[in-house]
Design a binder for this molecule. Structure first.
Ligand SMILES: Cc1ncc(COP(=O)(O)O)c(C=O)c1O
Length: 399
């Protein structure tokens, strides 16, 4: 038996979880230990892409658990191979490397890009260009790429060779992306910053400068991937083909897995022994992700994401008409950011608490934005019920 107060005693203080303790979940509903029910507009943080405990995923996990749990990289791993084939069928990719998380995929992508530049161009071509307000994870390389002091302070010295440029600013991009650039790493939609889309012209200019300077374009789709934006990957909507793509979160539907996708030509530079991961490509994770990816690549499911986005937007706009509580509502598929018109009593923390109290789970982004990232197959009636709870919470807080 554990209680919420045990958290402070036994866990490193990196997190401050909500007061309630979840005990079970199904689809887009979750129950706490007191059997109180919550509608889930968070899906972890954009992870449980098909809701909790989807029967097909439960079956895949149970079936694989009776066969093989773990294989070393010295042996051919069938579930990993099957999953790699699915990625190659449905994306630009010709080769895949499996990791366990988003940050690990980002690390591997940067290693791949630097090795590619080292072997194909020059030893001095090692710079990485990243953007303001980026979020690429919490490893040393990832926090260095994020660039903000709040991630870095106290953890230095940072890995070298990283340049930052303002997101969505085409000015002086040619000064940032040069012959010394090995790669540019970009989120096409910045999730942690509050669902901010990259402008088309900005993306096209990056792509052009990468080509001119023989730099690789790494697209970080850890959060935007796996159907979240209404296409299997967001790059499909931006008329751009990544050289390397990082994904994680939603591809496992709740089981830890990350992946690097790339072309055969680029993959070639990662020779035998140049990279590895004990657990990357774990058979249990891959067996589940295989089913996730098969479901997410269906047109009907992706069309559903766009329809549900419209429903959310209509209702959120109505809420905003009534209370003038949001200064912006941004969305990209089932990934929605409502920027709050913050006042003394009306802020993100009070909103989160009010929503929890009423049985709704939402997320924050950038300390001023409510982030909504539900399961991609959340039922319409739960969307409406959840938004009614949000409306009531806003009504109470804004008074
Ligand atoms: C765009 C992006 N990249 C990387 C990461 C890091 O992923 P993980 O927490 O699995 O390491 C995240 C996590 O939120 C993310 O949103």
């Amino acid at each position: 038996m554990v209680t919420r107060t045990d958290f402070n005693q036994y866990m490193m203080p990196t997190y401050k979880p909500a007061e309630f303790i979840p005990s079970k979940a199904k689809g887009s509903l979750l129950w706490d230990k007191e059997n109180k029910k919550y509608i889930d507009f968070a899906s972890g943080i954009a992870v449980s892409s098909l809701g909790h405990c989807h029967p097909t995923l439960n079956k895949a996990l149970a079936d694989q658990s009776k066969k093989i749990w773990h294989l070393s990289n010295l042996l051919t791993n069938e579930p990993a191979l099957r999953l790699a084939k699915i990625f190659c069928k449905h994306t630009f990719a010709e080769k895949v490397f499996f990791a366990n998380s988003g940050a690990e995929a980002v690390e591997g992508a940067i290693k791949t890009a630097r090795k590619y530049a080292y072997l194909n161009h020059s030893k001095r071509k090692n710079e990485i260009v990243s953007f303001s307000d980026a979020f690429h994870g919490r490893t040393m390389m990832a926090i260095a790429l994020n660039g903000s002091d709040r991630f870095i302070e106290g953890f230095g010295p940072m890995p070298e060779g990283i340049k930052h440029h303002p997101f969505n600013d085409e000015n002086k991009l040619e000064k940032a992306i040069t012959k010394k650039t090995a790669a540019v790493i970009l989120e096409l939609v910045q999730g942690e910053a509050g669902i901010i889309k990259a402008k088309r012209g900005f993306v096209q200019k990056i792509k052009r400068l990468c080509k001119q300077n023989k730099a690789l374009l790494i697209i970080d789709e850890v959060q935007s991937g796996a159907g979240r934006t209404g296409t299997l990957f967001a790059y499909e909507q931006f008329d751009v083909k990544p050289d390397i793509l990082c994904c994680a979160k939603g591809i496992g539907g709740g089981i830890p897995i990350g992946a690097i996708l790339t072309s055969s030509q680029i993959a070639e530079c990662m020779q035998l022994g140049s990279h590895g991961s004990t657990f990357g490509g774990n058979p249990l994770a891959c067996a589940v992700a295989e089913q996730v990816m098969m479901m997410l690549s269906k047109k009907s499911l992706l069309n559903g994401v766009k329809k549900k986005e419209k429903l959310f937007l209509k209702e959120l706009k109505d809420i905003n008409k009534e209370f003038k509580c949001f200064s912006a509502i941004r969305s990209s598929g089932l990934w929605i950011g409502c920027k709050l018109n913050v006042s003394e009593n009306f802020n993100l923390d009070t909103m989160m608490k009010a929503c929890y109290a009423k049985g709704l789970m939402i997320l924050k982004a950038n300390n001023n934005t409510i982030r909504i990232a539900p399961s991609l197959i959340i039922e319409d009636d739960l969307i409406l019920k959840g938004l009614e709870i949000l409306r009531q919470a806003i009504q109470e807080q804004i008074r």
